[in-house]
Design a protein around this ligand. Sequence first.
Ligand SMILES: Nc1nc2c([nH]c(=O)n2[C@H]2C[C@H](O)[C@@H](COP(=O)(O)OP(=O)(O)OP(=O)(O)O)O2)c(=O)[nH]1
Length: 162
Amino acid sequence: MSEPLVADPGAARDGGPDRKAVEVAVGVLVRDDGAFLLTSRPEGKAYAGYWEFPGGKLEAGETVEQALRRELQEEIGITIGAVTPWKVELVDYPHALVRLHFCKVFEWSGELQMREAQSCAWEQLPVAVQPVLPGTVPVLDWFAQERKHSGATHFVAAYAGS
Ligand SMILES: Nc1nc2c([nH]c(=O)n2[C@H]2C[C@H](O)[C@@H](COP(=O)(O)OP(=O)(O)OP(=O)(O)O)O2)c(=O)[nH]1
């Protein structure tokens, strides 16, 4: 079996017998002008308010592509066209070990509807929204490499404590 790409953040590991990775399908929607869609995580979920690419966990028996079609329909109300697998990343969060299957999507139909009361933003580098979910930051680096973007990919809020 080939090893997934392990990226920062994370002392990501395969977790041992009690810590099995949760498979997650993630959609990187890219518009003709190169802008990509970020959504904020809804209230009630881990990391609520953090920005990420839309997607969610695979259900039993689903492929990544099937899960992505279902999640993007359920969460943002669109029907996606072709799905292009891009990168796989294993991230070790306190709440879960997740294997993120990032896929690019260039074609979809339907109007965006935030069905879980999320916010959404079409972004270019550096992205203006913050905070960005830790497991989402590497995607911005991959975009930066592809687009030969130098400098920051996103902003991190300054520590406000004394
Ligand atoms: N959708 C998405 N999830 C990400 C990204 N980066 C990242 O680390 N994750 C993590 C956060 C979560 O631990 C996991 C996704 O699980 P989730 O809770 O959002 O999935 P879901 O919509 O199926 O949730 P639920 O049905 O359990 O409420 O993947 C990303 O860019 N997009």
